[in-house]
Design a protein around this ligand. Structure first.
Ligand code: FES
Length: 566
């Protein structure tokens, strides 16, 4: 009896010291849920359920799970959904980023511990897709990423609004005194009007696109709006395909490879994707033993044009990308640059997929390779004495007139310091100064929140200033825009050069040369270094302790050191 193939419910038996007893007991308890023997003999397809009352973006997950189950049943599998951690971006403190690795561990361990032959991962809100892909890559059970889909933009006073670039635009107008309290209250109810993830090319849409570019999501599914019927058809198809994967396994380790990661980097650059995505992609790559080199990012960025005209880089919304031809339209333009032999979750290579696709494209949304929206890729890495291990600038959403500059540093030593002083009338700051925020990186105690989008000081905003150079070790929402240098590494909280900057220091950035330099003499820096003290105490217990002891820097994807593949 113990020689039966280990699939379905017979996988990974609970250890009672008698395998036959374990299987008998498992089947008996499964039958208590009303399943027939015939059902319990089928391949088991796990479905990672990330619905949560604290995750508005996943409001449609229950409906998608029903559609996935329909597909699994129709293809001869047994669908069993299971809950995992869900990360609703705006409901988590100090930031969802702190819990991405926890969700990845939960996903990995539940895939491995429970008897499933394949798994469908339902995710969408910012950190959920990276967490699921990290977990799936480590568990290495056949997996399909099903995306919740983006929100629809909403018509408001004759204008289309969508979370969350417009959230920031109107908040900026409110801070500048151009939208009053009644106005901002009304806008608040009109920014996020449907189920789904943020409507622009923010982190969620970027990671959805990356999941498809990696080959982990079904072709054409990244951009389908959350409320479109195609989203449910995609869910049904994911369920069907998962059963085929259970019978003829293609594992994440066969799909997520050095080459497919490079394809994903090309797509990230071509869509003007979120800065967060480079951190997440680095973490996913680390799970399969691939190191992303930020110098390689720069090389790819120089040869990958921005093709997609979506906010915050451009003007359209994710639903427009869907209507314009979806990610396939982007991939076809990038075809000469892609590794076409990469395997995908369908069993086809990327090249086979692209050879079979229809060709209609709305060129107002997805430009041709020869007539791009911007000639160079959206992201660029900067290096220099202020960021020896790198920093990231989203040049596609920045002001090019600020790219070659030297400025005076105006330093905020923490997020609390920033909040306390940024709007004070006596703040010594001018439009051509560089705002510097310290101690907002992975080990800062704030867990690298999306606060790199430092608000323009109110007195400058009211005078009409829209952008200035801002530098920090924090992250930035993918929906934000501005000349903002992020992910400075090593971070200030571990004594990186950023910690040594003082008010009045000169800093030089050159996007052309990929440099960011702190123009302070080395002997003065040595004096400051000798006086530096860590800004936070180590947490004494729980997940916060685990996080602080093991989280790595941005160039290592902020993964835990013990979770990377050696
Ligand atoms: Fe969920 Fe933006 S808040 S994707």
């Amino acid at each position: 009896m113990t020689d039966k193939p280990k699939h379905g419910l017979a996988r990974g038996l609970t250890n009672y010291g008698d395998a036959d007893f374990s299987l008998y007991l498992r089947r008996s308890f499964a039958k208590s849920m009303g399943y027939s023997g015939e059902m319990l003999a089928r391949p088991v397809i796990g479905i990672a359920d990330t619905s949560s009352g604290f995750n508005n973006c996943h409001r449609n997950v229950p409906e998608q799970i029903e559609a996935i189950k329909r597909g699994v049943l129709a293809a001869g599998g047994l669908p069993l959904s299971f809950p995992t951690v869900s990360l609703g971006e705006v409901f988590l403190s100090p930031t969802s980023m702190m819990f991405r690795n926890m969700m990845a561990m939960d996903t990995e361990e539940m895939i491995r511990a429970q008897p499933m032959d394949a798994v469908v991962l339902v995710g969408g809100c910012d950190k959920t897709v990276p967490a699921q892909l990290m977990g799936a890559a480590s568990a290495d059970v056949p997996a399909i990423q099903q995306i919740v889909g983006p929100m629809m933009p909403n018509m408001f006073h004759g204008e289309r609004l969508g979370a969350c670039t417009d959230c920031r635009r109107f908040w900026g107008l409110h801070r500048a005194g151009k939208v009053d309290q009644a106005g901002i209250d009304e806008i608040e109810g009109n920014l996020a009007a449907t189920a789904g993830s943020c409507a622009v090319m923010g982190t969620a849409s970027t990671m959805a696109s990356i999941a498809e570019a990696l080959g982990m999501a079904l072709p054409g599914t990244a951009a389908i709006p959350a409320v479109h019927a195609d989203r449910l058809r995609a869910a049904e198809a994911s369920g069907r395909r998962a059963v085929e994967l259970a019978k003829n396994p293609i594992r994440p380790s066969q799909i997520i490879t050095k080459k497919s990661i490079e394809n994903a980097m090309r797509v990230l650059l071509a869509i003007g994707g979120s800065t967060n995505a480079i951190v997440h992609l680095t973490a996913i790559a680390g799970r399969v033993g691939v190191k992303i080199d930020l110098n390689r990012l720069n090389t790819l960025s120089d040869t990958t044009p921005v093709l997609v005209d979506l906010k915050p880089t451009g003007q359209h919304y994710m639903s427009d990308l869907f209507a314009a031809g979806g990610l396939g339209a982007v991939l076809r333009e990038l075809k000469p640059l892609l590794h076409l032999d990469c395997m995908t979750v369908t069993g086809e290579t990327m090249g086979e997929r692209l050879a079979n696709e229809p060709g209609w494209v709305d060129r107002s949304v997805v430009r041709t390779f020869d007539d791009p929206y911007q000639k160079e890729g959206g992201l660029v890495a900067l290096f220099g004495s202020l960021a020896p291990n790198g920093a990231i600038l989203k040049r596609s959403a920045a002001d090019p007139t600020l790219f070659e500059r030297e400025g005076r540093a105006v330093v905020f030593t923490s997020l609390d310091d920033l909040a306390a002083r940024v709007d004070t009338p006596d703040l010594d700051i001018k439009a051509d100064d560089f705002m510097v925020l310290q101690n907002a990186g992975p080990k800062s105690g704030y867990a690298m929140p999306e606060s790199g989008y430092l608000p323009i000081p109110q007195k400058l905003a009211r005078a009409g200033l829209k952008d200035m150079v801002r530098i920090s070790d924090a992250r930035m929402s993918g929906t934000a825009f501005g000349t903002i240098v992020l992910h400075v590494s090593p971070e200030a909280a571990i004594g990186g050069p950023l910690a040594l900057v003082k008010n009045g220091d000169r800093i030089r950035i050159s996007v052309k040369e990929r440099r960011i330099e702190l123009l302070v003499a080395e002997d003065e820096l040595a004096r400051r270094r000798a006086q530096w003290k860590p800004p936070v105490e180590m947490p004494k217990r729980g997940y916060a302790k685990l996080y602080m002891e093991h989280v790595m820097q941005a160039e290592d994807g902020c993964d835990f050191d013990f979770l990377r593949r050696a």
